[in-house]
Design a protein around this ligand. Sequence first.
Ligand SMILES: Cc1cc2nc3c(=O)[nH]c(=O)nc-3n(C[C@H](O)[C@H](O)[C@H](O)COP(=O)(O)OP(=O)(O)OC[C@H]3O[C@@H](n4cnc5c(N)ncnc54)[C@H](O)[C@@H]3O)c2cc1C
Length: 398
Amino acid sequence: MVTIRPGVPAIHFAFSELQQSVRTAIEKICARFGDDYWLKRDSDGEFPEEFYRACAADGWLGVCIPQAFGGSGLGVSEAAVMMQAVTASGAGLSGASAIHMNIFGLNPVVVYGTEEQKRRMLPPVAAGKEKACFAVTEPNAGLETAKLQTRAERRGDVYVISGAKIWISTAQVADKMLILTRTAPATAGDKPTAGLSLFYTALDRRYVEVREIEKMGRKAVDSNQVFIDGLPVPAEDRIGEDGRGFEYILHGLNPERILVAAEAIGLGRAALARATAYAKERVVFGRPIGQNQAIQHPLAECWMELEAAELMMLKAAWQYDNGMACGPAANAAKYLAAEAGFKACQTAVATHGGYGYAKEYHVERYFREIMIPKLAPVSPQLILCFIAERVLGLPKSY
Ligand SMILES: Cc1cc2nc3c(=O)[nH]c(=O)nc-3n(C[C@H](O)[C@H](O)[C@H](O)COP(=O)(O)OP(=O)(O)OC[C@H]3O[C@@H](n4cnc5c(N)ncnc54)[C@H](O)[C@@H]3O)c2cc1C
């Protein structure tokens, strides 16, 4: 027996009034930042500060932060509608990643923080006064989080953090970081992920060197190597109990997969819209290219696959917001959305022929950006392993 929010039918395919109003409001903001704005950010690599400020000014950065701490207290479903509208506008991952961390990144503080921490940490993020980054991945650990080596050593009321992280997005512009570190060896607990602790603390550049990674796409939102050398962190910046950081991070992983799925679907839709418009306009051999089935059918497939991925994503969001287990749906949504988004972006480039390779048609930018939801925050292979083991009950393969 499942419990659902009062007044919400168990199967309901229409957006609520609230969700529609979220989408309309976000579309209105995004309309001020056209494709040329994003193309420029993609070439100059500047953080899209104007877009970030516009979202902050209308209160959207705190969409999932409780009202008591400066946010709107809405669900992941509404945040997914929002992020999908951002990428679908043509802002793509450049737009979504600029605000992604504000939207759900501080969930561990919302769920496991003390009252004092929530009061101190959440309002500046909801208001867009502070930017945060999320520092988990390490060069020597990859997807095997239990192998994290960055250490936080307790010295009285202070922890001292040293180590190296990689791929940390927005670390060039962030004021704060949510960082997972080792406070005890993996052998200290009953699981290898025991002994990891979570901190939300100032990114003090006197102790932290941030080196940008030149990457394939999304140049406007930096990703970095981060070297930490003796960063002092007050004990009151530790979230929850010592050694239980991995559990806290896990809690936020499913909603993050849902949001990434929403972002991939939106970007896929942006690509599909451009491809369809081009297929109607471009005349070769005396007819629009879109009159050829070899052009039509891949576009029709993309539409169907994006729709199907969206249903899975909304199911996962609905499960999460209603307090149900959503791991299988959230993982499946992220996988399916990334695949569907990727196919749509690739098809959009192909539909444009040679022009698909030119920056002014924008689809090559989408194509580069759609690789991110394919690769991160978890790879497609590990999602398949999760479904095989946890849903189908097959033996663990690694
Ligand atoms: C643009 C970008 C932004 C990012 N931003 C952040 C961020 O802000 N914060 C952060 O902490 N991290 C961030 N990441 C890191 C991202 O989450 C990792 O890249 C991702 O988790 C994969 O880790 P890895 O690259 O070390 O892959 P690895 O762990 O080295 O894996 C490499 C490949 O081997 C495969 N593989 C490994 N083991 C198995 C197995 N047992 N079975 C099958 N296949 C296997 C994987 O699926 C993958 O395809 C970002 C990455 C990118 C590209």
